[in-house]
Design a protein around this ligand. Structure first.
Ligand code: CP3
Length: 330
C-alpha cells in the first residue's frame, strides 16, 4: 500500500472466502441465509479466517457484501439460493425514504466482526475492509438485481440526473461513515469495489464514478489520517490513466483486460494490485503458470499486490489456488 517493495509480492484474492471452499459451504449451510452469515459476528469472523488458515494469504478481507449499505438504508436486500441479490427496485420517489441516520447501528454486527477478526489474525496479516462504490451500489438499488449492462441505472441517471446525484451522495456519505468505522474497528486498509464502472461514457464516468469515489476518500481521510485506500474500478480501460489522480486512492486494482505495457505505466504512478484472469485459475496447468509469470515479470519489480483481476469463482479447484501461491512464492 505504501509502495514498499518486498522480494515476493504480497498476495490475496478477491472473494477469497466463498463457495469454492468446502468449509465455506458448510458454514453457509449452518448460518442459513447469506445475510445471517454477514450479520452474525461469529460466522463472519470464521468465514474471513477460512482462506487465511487454508492458504496463508497475506491479507484477510472482511466477509460481508457491498449490498449491506442498501440493506442498512432500508431497501431490504435478499439473497435467495440460486439467485443473485434481490432488492425492491427503486423509483425517484423512494430516494427521500432512505434512512441514512441509522446505518452504523444496523451495521454494528459487521463492525464487531472486524474487531474479532483483527484480534484473531496473525499480526503480519493485513485486514482489509471494503465497500462498494456509489455507482455500482446504485445499479443494484435501481434495477433491484444484477443486469448484464446496468441499463436501468444508466437510463435513470440520464433521465433524472439531480435525483441520481442525490442518491449517490447519500450512498457516498454512508459508505464513508462505514469505512471510518471499519478503520476504527481494526481494518488496516480498505478497498472500494466499482465492478460496474466500465459501462459509463466519459461525462457519466466523471460524474458517477470518479466524483463520488473522491468524495468517499476525502470524507474518510478527514477522520483517519492517510487512510490507505485501494480503488478497483473494473474494466475501465483507458480511463485508468487518470483514475488515481482524480480520486486520490493509493493503490489501483487492475483487471486483466489491458496490455501489460499499460499496466506498467500505471504502476509508474503508484502501487497496483492484480491482475490475473480468474479463468486461468479455473483452467490451471500451463495457462495458470504463464499468467502468473507474466505478471511477476512485468509488474514484479515495482510496487505490486498480487491478486486476480476480478473475484474467484465457485468452480475454481483448490489445488489451482495452491499452485498459484507456490508459483508466486517460489
Ligand atoms: O472478497 C471476499 O471474500 C469478501 C466478501 C465479498 C462478498 N461480496 C461475499 C459474497 C465481497 C468483497 C463482495 C463484494 C461484492 N458483492 C461485489 C463487488 C465485487 C465483485 O465481485 O464484482 C458485488 C458486485 C457484490 C454483489 C453480490 N453479492 C452479487 C452480485 C452476488 C451474487 C453473485 C455470486 O457470486 O453469488 C453476491 C453474493 C455473495 N457475496 C456471495 C459471497 C461469498 C455468494 C453468496 C452465497 O454464499 O450464497
Amino acid at each position: 500500500m505504501k509502495g514498499i517493495q518486498t522480494e515476493v509480492p504480497p498476495v490475496w484474492v478477491m472473494r477469497q472466502a466463498g463457495r469454492y471452499l468446502p468449509e465455506y459451504r458448510a458454514l453457509r449451510e449452518k448460518a442459513g441465509g447469506f445475510l445471517d452469515l454477514c450479520y452474525t459476528p461469529e460466522f463472519a469472523i470464521e468465514a474471513t479466517l477460512q482462506p487465511i488458515k487454508r492458504f496463508g494469504f497475506d491479507a484477510a478481507i472482511l466477509f460481508s457484501d457491498i449490498l449491506v449499505i442498501p440493506d442498512a438504508l432500508g431497501r431490504s436486500v435478499r439473497f435467495d439460493a440460486g439467485h443473485g441479490p434481490q432488492l425492491d427496485p427503486m423509483s425517484i420517489d423512494d430516494i427521500d425514504g432512505l434512512e441514512p441516520e441509522n446505518i452504523i447501528n444496523h451495521l454494528k454486527p459487521v463492525l464487531e466482526a472486524v474487531e474479532g477478526i483483527r484480534s484473531d489474525l496473525p499480526a503480519d496479516t493485513s485486514l482489509l475492509g471494503f465497500c462498494g462504490a456509489p455507482w455500482t451500489v446504485a445499479t443494484y438499488m435501481i434495477a433491484g438485481h444484477g443486469t448484464p449492462d446496468q441499463a436501468p441505472a444508466r437510463i435513470f441517471a440520464h433521465q433524472y440526473p439531480e435525483a441520481f446525484e442525490r442518491l449517490l451522495n447519500i450512498i457516498a456519505k454512508c459508505s464513508a461513515e462505514y469505512l471510518v468505522a471499519q478503520f476504527r474497528a481494526g481494518a488496516d486498509a480498505v478497498q472500494i469495489f466499482d465492478s460496474w464502472a466500465s459501462v459509463l461514457d466519459q461525462d457519466q464516468f466523471e460524474k458517477w464514478c470518479t466524483r463520488p469515489v473522491k468524495k468517499i476518500v476525502e470524507l474518510v481521510r478527514r477522520e483517519i489520517d492517510n487512510a490507505p485506500i485501494i480503488g478497483f474500478p473494473k474494466g475501465i480501460g483507458s480511463f485508468y490513466q487518470d483514475y488515481r489522480s482524480h480520486t486520490d486512492i493509493d493503490m489501483m486494482g487492475l483487471d486483466w483486460a489491458m496490455p501489460m505495457s499499460f499496466a506498467k505505466k500505471l504502476q509508474e504512478q503508484g502501487p497496483v494490485q492484480g491482475n490475473l484472469d480468474p479463468t486461468r485459475l479455473i483452467a490451471g496447468g500451463r495457462a495458470l503458470d504463464e499468467g502468473v509469470d507474466v505478471i511477476l515479470e512485468q509488474l514484479g519489480n515495482g510496487p505490486l499486490v498480487f491478486n486476480l483481476g476480478h473475484g474467484i469463482t465457485p468452480q475454481t479447484p483448490i489445488v489451482h489456488v495452491e499452485q498459484m501461491l507456490k508459483r508466486i512464492r517460489g
